[in-house]
Write a protein that binds this ligand. Structure first.
Ligand code: BGC
Length: 429
């Protein structure tokens, strides 16, 4: 815990700890472009796909990373979180690409040359297509295969990785399942035309199609927990001092009238059992966008008159404070906010959202909760999974016909907050 006495204060307003991480995040498939060898690309391009559009070039971060990292650093941030693409590093099972490793080494070196702390995610939703073919995230072989990839990555790049995140949002499918968006049993996949088509192509049954992002079964839970534990062991064996954790989708799940029992069940299923796994880790990554209200009849109640995000959810920045408190209490390890942000076409809304969310982070610190940093989702507008390029999360906008980047006021704001280590964060807008 940070003692209150070790935090700087100006005019009675406590600042953030000196080592606080201020950053932005991306994920390989959402920004790199051309990730044609992974399972999500495959699903995007099925005839019966449930993706709005294919990712194609994304924002060409794969070729433009040097300018992008320059831009991130120029804002005044001290941290960049990004993910490594397993399907590039191990394009064929058991065979590793030295060219892909050299690429990620250049990225990491570029961060280091700008004094950026590197927070690296080893798996952010996408897996090599060969893994999906052999049962994906319900196959008992997957944990060991993932751990082998982690060993290789750490041997090759570990000297430049400051924080290692194993799996990104392993719990997201259970949140989606509670909203009725993901099948809870393998049997229900028979009714998903995309899974039927995928199975036909692989000569499998639809029940055997288990991509990470859409697997919310009992088997899926066990496999993900085992993969995380094996990966942590593998990372620690190579780099014992690197902090390791996984990053969780932690919505603030609340009860509306009559929804107490549903909310309690959903918190246990989606948040708490995953936070308990983090007890053996060095930190837990918290990713909060807002809240989910559970009513007597079911989920997804947006209160009347509430402003909504580009994806139709309530704008609720206060959720972050609640989930940090919940995570610290259950996981009992330091908390790193690895994602927090807003999908909107109106950057003024994002500015307000960020300010209110950060005031909540500061209240947590003032109460002695060990929060190590805040990383905004996202550095750039990018490929928002099934929604395609519609929703924009970037503090830096991207024109996808020219790939031109332009910094939004929210980007300058978080840079300013970072440079002053929270000093530029005001109570009122
Ligand atoms: C994921 C990101 C995603 C973001 C916004 C998180 O679920 O980690 O990949 O883009 O939320 O939806």
């Amino acid at each position: 815990m940070y003692a209150t006495s070790s935090t700087n204060t100006t005019a009675g307003a406590p600042h953030f700890p000196d080592s606080f991480l201020w950053g932005v995040a991306t994920a390989s498939h959402q920004v790199e472009g051309g990730n044609a060898n992974n399972d999500i690309w495959f699903l995007e391009n099925l005839h019966d796909t449930f993706f709005h559009e294919p990712s194609l070039d994304a924002i060409d971060h794969y070729h433009r990373f040097a300018e992008d990292i320059d831009l991130i650093a120029s804002l005044g941030l001290n941290t960049y979180r990004f993910s490594l693409e397993w399907s590039r590093i191990e394009p064929v099972e058991g065979h590793f690409s030295l060219a892909a490793i050299a690429h990620y080494r250049r990225m990491l070196e570029s961060c280091k040359s700008h004094n950026l702390t590197t927070v690296v995610t080893l798996h952010h939703f996408t897996s090599p297509l060969w893994l999906l073919r052999q049962g994906g995230w319900e196959s008992s072989n997957t944990p060991a295969l993932f751990a082998r990839y982690c060993t290789f990555v750490m041997e090759q790049l570990g000297d430049l990785i400051d924080w290692a995140c194993t799996l990104n949002e392993p719990n997201l499918p259970w949140l989606l399942a509670e909203m009725g968006l993901v099948e809870k049993s393998p049997d229900q996949r028979k009714h998903n035309p995309a899974f039927v088509e995928a199975a036909r192509q692989f000569d499998l049954l639809p029940t055997q199609i288990a991509p990470f992002q859409f697997t919310a079964t009992r088997e899926g839970f066990d496999i993900k927990v085992e993969a995380h534990r094996k990966a942590r062991q593998a990372i620690k064996a190579v780099c014992p001092d690197t902090p390791v954790g996984w990053t969780l989708a932690n919505s603030d799940i609340q009860a509306a009238e009559g929804g107490e029992e549903r909310a309690r069940h959903m918190r246990a299923e989606v948040n708490e059992r995953f936070l308990e796994v983090s007890r053996d880790d060095d930190f837990v990554g918290i990713q909060t966008y807002g809240r989910h209200l559970m009513g007597a009849e079911g989920p997804a109640i947006v209160p009347e008159g509430a402003s909504t995000t580009a994806t139709g959810e309530e704008i609720y920045p206060e959720g972050l404070e609640a989930t940090i408190r919940q995570a610290a209490e259950i996981a009992r390890v330091p908390v790193l906010v690895t994602e927090n942000g807003l999908a909107t076409d109106d950057d003024a809304q994002r500015v307000d959202y960020i300010r209110r969310a950060l005031l909540g982070v500061r209240r947590c610190l003032n109460d002695g909760i060990d929060v190590r940093g805040w990383i905004c989702w996202s550095a750039f507008d990018n490929f928002e999974w099934i929604f395609g390029y519609g929703p924009r999360y970037g503090v830096i906008s991207v024109d996808r016909s020219t790939f031109e980047r332009s910094v939004n006021p929210s980007g300058y704001l978080i840079g300013q907050i970072s440079r002053t280590n929270g000093g530029a964060l005001t109570e009122s807008a």
